[in-house]
Design a protein around this ligand. Structure first.
Ligand SMILES: Cc1cc2nc3c(=O)[nH]c(=O)nc-3n(C[C@H](O)[C@H](O)[C@H](O)COP(=O)(O)OP(=O)(O)OC[C@H]3O[C@@H](n4cnc5c(N)ncnc54)[C@H](O)[C@@H]3O)c2cc1C
Ligand SMILES: *[C@@H]1O[C@H](CO)[C@@H](O)[C@H](O)[C@H]1NC(C)=O
Ligand SMILES: *[C@@H]1O[C@H](CO)[C@@H](O)[C@H](O)[C@H]1NC(C)=O
Ligand SMILES: *[C@@H]1O[C@H](CO)[C@@H](O)[C@H](O)[C@H]1NC(C)=O
Ligand SMILES: *[C@@H]1O[C@H](CO)[C@@H](O)[C@H](O)[C@H]1NC(C)=O
Length: 512
């Protein structure tokens, strides 16, 4: 049993005795109403406290992935910074486990360790304010990525955000944060100049760039507090235009496609900064009724058509279709199927576990072995037929320019972020869960074997939840001990421990 689970149970025992006399909180229970009232009295007039019987409850607690989701008895929606302080203090004083709810696209199975908890929903704290000199913007703790992009764009500015429109700004940032502009400016977290955060003791702190805790917030941030706002660097828009080509290949081209990606795009970390390439393995019955296909995106900034220097090597392989598109930076999300209208932004009742691994370059033979397994296990007639295997090849120059020791994010030397996303429904079917986990782990292991290295590097924001702290936060001793020291200092009772915790009790791990 994980440590955090143990704490949840202790907390539960304390709380249950007073509150949930009946399972799932019969909200007519006076005690439950008392909790709502006692908390409500401490909050500003626009804040809300919601019980399971209330209309807004499902809306506030709905999640993208329903595999081992957190279990919530009460929702608190702060409207101002001091509300966050009051909620954290209240939850801590009453031993109620709590979890920050932002874009609700976090999917690690560790989240399921929260039982009978409080969801601290950041949705009312959405704001983007530009500074007078136009060099920074202050972003509220509950702002979605698309809101940041749109508000800055209207002012002729931009910054690095995650690519997906319906994911929060903070979620990606706390784990490092990958996005289209990282080749120019570095990770999302690299843009942060200062940060307001409510710590486990209920204190509101402003961190500047030199604070030790700021180091931890940039890559392991989920473990330390609730971020109420950040001040980040912003830039004049350099290129409004972007162009894309979407190429579809049949599976027999898999080795040729990834060899070409290595040679012409990734180039071991010297990928041109004006280009990104993504690919998905997915079922498109119109292209191939029996097998997944490779959907390969070449995205280039500052042009109205992708340069043939980038696309010709792929045309030469013989795609079954090529679809060019021209537009602006704001079209990238729709082109790559991560806009508000795209499938990953719908709460569709599926389980969506991922099994991430970073690579330096593609190993075409490993890609082939993985494709064959993927096709035989997640093809059109399998229960996993809406799964995708994602390969994200952002440019990396800006990420590498930042000193690796400057942040908890540990994997600046890697070039490609890969992950199977094994989707299925119903999300609590034990047979499907174990098949999905086996498939995800096997696919990841094939790619790991293909790297020739022993160490798995996994992006924490995509983590399945069984990865070790070394695999998520780097295996260097100094990284692990620095994280542990900061954890002991700022969150000694592990209040912030449901999202890929850096503190694991090895003895507990064995018996889980
Ligand atoms: C379709 C899709 C596309 C994605 N694209 C990208 C991408 O382009 N780049 C990238 O880097 N990642 C990407 N991700 C991964 C993303 O970073 C994680 O899923 C992230 O956890 C989502 O954050 P959220 O706020 O939406 O989810 P939530 O579940 O609300 O948050 C996840 C966790 O983050 C913490 N958290 C969130 N907000 C705060 C806050 N204000 N203060 C303190 N803690 C907080 C909490 O621990 C919470 O449990 C993508 C995910 C999906 C599903
Ligand atoms: C949930 O509430 C938000 C506003 O708070 C609204 O925009 C959204 O449409 C609601 N979603 C559902 C599924 O009701
Ligand atoms: C694909 O990504 C690789 C690795 O980052 C890069 O070298 C290559 O140029 C990219 N290809 C395209 C078409 O963007
Ligand atoms: C790729 O670059 C890394 C450093 O960033 C280096 O360690 C590795 O040897 C390089 N690999 C190849 C194949 O050149
Ligand atoms: C997945 O399977 C279901 C049920 O068999 C089917 O209705 C659906 O069309 C399939 N989807 C894809 C993308 O193959």
């Amino acid at each position: 049993m994980r440590q955090s689970m143990l704490q949840a149970i202790v907390a539960l025992a304390t709380w249950v005795s007073g509150v949930t006399a009946t399972a799932h909180g019969d909200t007519t229970q006076p005690d439950m109403m008392d909790v709502k009232q006692a908390l409500g009295e401490k909050l500003s007039s626009n804040a809300e406290v919601i019980l399971p019987s209330s209309k807004g409850f499902d809306n506030a607690t709905g999640r993208w992935s329903l595999l081992e989701p957190p279990q919530v008895n009460i929702v608190a929606i702060p409207a101002i910074e001091d509300d966050v302080v009051q909620i954290v203090k209240f939850a801590r004083d009453r031993n109620i486990p709590f979890l920050t709810y932002d874009g609700t696209h976090g999917a690690s199975v560790t989240l399921g360790d929260m039982q009978h908890g409080l969801a601290l929903s950041m949705r009312k704290m959405s704001s983007v304010k530009l500074s007078d000199d136009g060099k920074t913007a202050t972003i509220g703790g509950g702002t979605m990525s698309k809101t940041v992009t749109d508000e800055l764009w209207a002012a002729g500015k931009q910054t690095v955000t995650g690519t997906c429109e319906c994911v929060s700004y903070m979620g990606p940032m706390l784990g490092g944060g990958h996005g289209w502009l990282q080749g120019h400016h570095g990770l999302v977290a690299d843009q942060v100049e200062s940060m307001n955060v409510v710590l486990a003791d209920g204190q509101l702190k402003t961190l500047d760039r030199d604070s030790a805790l700021m180091w931890a917030m940039k890559g392991a941030g989920h473990n330390f507090g609730v971020v109420t706002s950040v001040k980040v660097k912003i830039y004049d828009i350099q290129h409004h235009n972007w162009a894309s080509e979407t190429l579809v290949f049949s599976g027999d081209k898999v080795e040729a496609v990834y060899q070409a990606a290595n040679d012409h795009l990734v180039r071991n970390g010297s990928q041109p900064t004006d280009v990104a390439n993504w690919s998905y393995w997915m079922n498109q019955p119109s292209e191939d009724p029996n097998n997944p296909v490779i959907v390969f995106y070449i995205l280039q900034e500052g042009v109205t058509a992708v340069d043939s220097a980038y696309s010709k090597p792929f045309h030469d392989i013989g795609p079954s279709s090529v679809t060019p598109a021209a537009g602006t930076y704001k079209d990238l999300a729709a082109w790559t199927q991560v806009s508000n209208d795209s499938p990953p932004c719908q709460k569709d009742g599926f389980a969506h576990p991922r099994f991430p691994i970073y690579l330096q370059s593609y190993n075409p033979a490993a890609q082939k072995e993985a494709f064959d397994l993927y096709a035989s296990s997640a093809g059109p007639s399998s229960p996993f037929n809406t799964s995708i295997f994602m390969f994200e090849g952002y440019s990396t120059e800006g990420v590498r320019k930042v000193d690796s020791s400057s942040a908890a994010f540990a994997f600046r030397d890697d070039n490609i972020l890969c992950s199977p996303l094994v989707s299925f429904k119903p999300p609590d079917d034990p047979t499907l869960i174990s098949k999905a986990e086996n498939l995800g782990q096997q696919l990841r292991n094939i790619l790991l074997k293909g790297t020739g290295r022993d160490e798995l590097h996994a992006y924490v924001n995509y983590a399945y939840g069984t990865e070790t702290p070394e695999q998520l936060y780097g295996s260097e001793d100094w990284r692990q001990s620095k994280l542990q020291e900061l954890k002991n200092q700022y969150d000694p009772n592990s209040e912030f421990s449901f999202f890929c915790p850096i503190t694991r009790n090895p003895a507990d791990e064995c018996s889980s």
